[in-house]
Design a protein around this ligand. Sequence first.
Ligand code: ADP
Length: 404
Amino acid sequence: MNMAKSRVLIVDDDAALLQALPQAIALRLPEVAVDTAKSALEALKCAKACEYDAIVSDIKMPGMDGLALIEHLHKLYPDIPTILITGHGERELAIQALRVGAYDFIQKPIDRDYFIAALQRAMQKHHMSKQIAQQQQELEQYLASLEQTVAERTHELVEANAAKDVFISMASHELKTPLTTLKGMAQMLLKRVERGYDIELRNVQLLENAVHRMEVLVDDLLNTSLLETGMFALHRQQHDVVQCCRDLKAEYGNEMGELLILDIVTPKLICNIDQERIGQVLLNLLSNARKYSPANSPVTIRVESRDTEAVISVIDRGVGIDARHLNRIFERFYRAPGIDVQSGANSGVGLGLYITQKIIERHQGRIIVSSTPGQGSTFCVHLPLAAEKLHSDKKKHNSVQVKE
Ligand code: ADP
């Protein structure tokens, strides 16, 4: 065992022994430091000031004797091994010393080899109990951190489970409404046919609306489930996001006419995207802009480059969103209270923006919303520009602006 940095205390009122014992230690165990004390009181002072690996005390000393000292030391420092030196034949005293906590005893006349061996054993015992205490402390810390991790994971699981329950209950609730409409309409149409009446076009349209609503909902639920199970696949390719915006305008231009304004600040912006998914994102933002704006209100889609990103902004002049709800609208099933659908056929279920944000994040992009209640909202989609196109495109299309 490495005795370096070990320190022992020898206590004796006999000056000869107080010199002889440290000499013996210096000779056999040169790496061990030795302190001496001439009385029990002095020994207690030393023990208070320094942590010893062993304390050796003679039994007979004026004032407090060795036995009382050992009892004291054992109470104050139970981990420090003590050795009592007794007179020849003082077996009773030796046994008493062991009873009050001494680790060992040595009888006079002192055999040096025996003394050194006993001292080494005592120091070893101290080192080992220190090591064990340290390991125990480390184990306890590890156990505490394990317990903490288990508690955290359990909490997460409980929360995930509760979220799943909410999800299932919301999903079934949302599915039930159009399903009830469908069932009622189908039964009513069946009765009319059985009785030989004509089927009104309006009723078939209602039927189709309910089916459409279910279709949208099932798509949203499927996308959400794919996103949450990590199975939402992206097929990314270099593609011009300005073209995505043009495609959107082509698709909705007829329906919205002049109300849909495409503001192209940078004519070509190549990004590494899943064209279909980014189309889905833009369509969702556009249909929200329409849903939450008066029927004759214009919507602008602006597309431009900013630093290393393509930024597509969908700007409406609709009802806007109160600041209290702004950071919650991307949560699953969150619908800002008190906002009614202004135009368009279907009110949503609060999954659109959740899916939109996830798709954008999967493209290493981000979506930022700013809104003023009563004045309108702007949703900005930031997508990283494809690296190799960055430099040349920036140079070419710096200050071109086209309104379509
Ligand atoms: P929903 O299907 O209800 O439209 P979304 O996830 O698309 O769900 O949107 C969540 C909520 O955010 C909406 O219910 C609405 O309260 C608010 N919201 C989204 N887009 C707009 C917008 N352009 N103007 C005002 N409110 C909006």
